[in-house]
Every structure is written in C-alpha cells, then in structure tokens.
Design a protein around this ligand. Sequence first.
Ligand SMILES: NC(=O)c1ccc[n+]([C@@H]2O[C@H](COP(=O)([O-])OP(=O)(O)OC[C@H]3O[C@@H](n4cnc5c(N)ncnc54)[C@H](OP(=O)(O)O)[C@@H]3O)[C@@H](O)[C@H]2O)c1
Length: 279
Amino acid sequence: MDLKGKTILLTGATGGIGEAIARQLTECGSRLILVGRSDKNLKYMARELRLARNNGFTLQADIATHAGRETIRTALIALENPIDVLINCAGVSLFGFLEDNQPADIEKMINTNVTATILLTQQVLPFLNKDQGRILIVGSSFGALGFPGFAAYCASKFALRGFAEALRRELADSKMQVAHIAPRATNTRLNSDAVVELNDALGNNVDEPEDVALAVENLLSMRNIHDVNLGWPERLFLRINAVFPRLIDKALRGKLPLIRSFVRKERDVNTKHVTINPV
Ligand SMILES: NC(=O)c1ccc[n+]([C@@H]2O[C@H](COP(=O)([O-])OP(=O)(O)OC[C@H]3O[C@@H](n4cnc5c(N)ncnc54)[C@H](OP(=O)(O)O)[C@@H]3O)[C@@H](O)[C@H]2O)c1
C-alpha cells in the first residue's frame, strides 16, 4: 500500500511508540487522525507534525470509556471517506508479581489493552475502506511468551494476539487485512525504572520507538500485511517457547531470584507513593 494520502487512525499517539509512528507516517504523507488523552500533548503533536498540512487532526479520547470511543465514532461519521488503516497502539503495563498487583490496576489494564481495543476495532470496522482497509494491533513479545512479573500484562497481550488472528480469519473473504506486530522491550515511559533496570540486568535488547515505527511503516507498505515479531533473538525465543515451553520455563526459573529483586524494588517505590493519612 502506498501510504501517501491514506487516512490512518492511530491510538496511543501521545506515547513513545505512537509518537514515533506518527512521525514516520507523516514523512510518508499519510493523513493522520491521532488519538490520545492529553489535549496538551495532542496540540503539541499537531503543531510539530503540521498535521493540518495533510488534513490530519487530533482527537482527545479515553478509549477505555464509552464516551471516549463515541468521540472517535462521531469524528469518523463526519469524514467524507472511509479510513484506510486503524493502528491500535494505546496500552498500559503492570509490573509486579500477581500477589502484589492491585485488583484495580489489573482491571484498568485489561480494560485498556483488551476490552477497549476490541470495542474500538468493532466500532471502527464499518468506517474502514472495504477495498483495502487494514487493522494493525500493537501487541508485544509478551503476547507469545509468559514472563514472570508480567502475568496480567502477558494475559492482555496474549488476548490481543488471539483477537488479531481470529479477526484476520473472519475477514479472510474480504479485501480488508489484519496483522499483529509484537515489539520487544522498547525505550518508552511505559517501562518503570525497575523494569528498565531489570532489562539491563538480564541483558535484554531494548529498541528505540523509531525502530518500531520503521517496522510499522515497512509492514503497512506491503501489498499483504502479516504478523511481525520484532527483534533477534526474541523471535527465536518465541519459537522455542511455542514448541518446547519447558525449556523456557527452566531458563526463566534460573532468572527468578533476579526478577524477584526488581519486583521488590517496584513494590517499594509504589508503596512509598501511597499516602497514609494519620487517623
Ligand atoms: N515500551 C515497550 O517496552 C513495549 C514493548 C512491547 C509492546 N509495547 C506496546 O506498545 C504500545 C505503546 O506503548 P509505549 O511504549 O509507547 O507506551 P507509552 O509511551 O506509555 O504510551 C502509551 C500510549 O497509550 C495511551 N493510552 C493509555 N491508556 C489510554 C486510554 N485509556 N485511552 C487512550 N489512550 C491511552 C497513552 O496515552 P496518554 O499519553 O494519555 O497516557 C499513550 O499515548 C502499547 O500497547 C504497549 O503495550 C510496548
């Protein structure tokens, strides 16, 4: 697909990866509809990317709410033409062992990463170009490999991978296409200090958001889009995990004490942030 002049709806546009994708697609001459929660950040991006030049615009919407998704639907109704691409990039993370996770945080994360993404996609589907519409889901390598300290987050990303696969098969007799792209660790504010330090201690490769954005552009530019797992050796680990999960179990068992030390660090930081009012 030639991305020039294509209308692309991007959620998570004010985040590290989303902003990089927006910049990359602006270079391609796409018309961007950028969705985010912070009006200030969206205004900054609209100015920086000179969105109006390509007839693009921003939408302030919390996709985890019905009202937020309605804001997006109303804007799509007002468009003269269907949109060409939906990129579901908005997401939140949660680091810590399950026993320490706050139920409200788990609910918020599942609601944002899974429920909101599915409901928004459902809502956008009628507005997608029937001749060449594309849906791209930004998942994670943790959507195919369960990692200690991220049980609930992994669950949300596994769900998205299943959603993308099933939707692709549902639309197989149409001209619309669905793909899932799975970044590995990426240098954005999604990752807390403890997670950044854990990646460092484990020797994990960390991409820049621009690497992910380039991969998104390359994928969308193809005639037929397909699922992509970013990074080597992560791609290899995902394959080994799919075929011999016990090998990965064993390898991660050996890392558990290290992971636990950073989980404790995260818990200590979060505990300090809780204000206890004296009785
Ligand atoms: N960074 C990584 O290591 C990594 C690795 C693999 C996959 N990913 C995935 O990549 C995607 C982007 O992550 P990132 O690293 O760019 O994170 P980020 O910098 O924290 O950005 C997250 C984006 O999601 C938006 N968002 C969160 N909740 C929202 C809601 N309820 N309604 C609307 N927007 C909402 C945020 O908006 P606000 O600006 O309003 O907060 C922000 O634009 C996520 O799906 C993440 O799971 C990230």
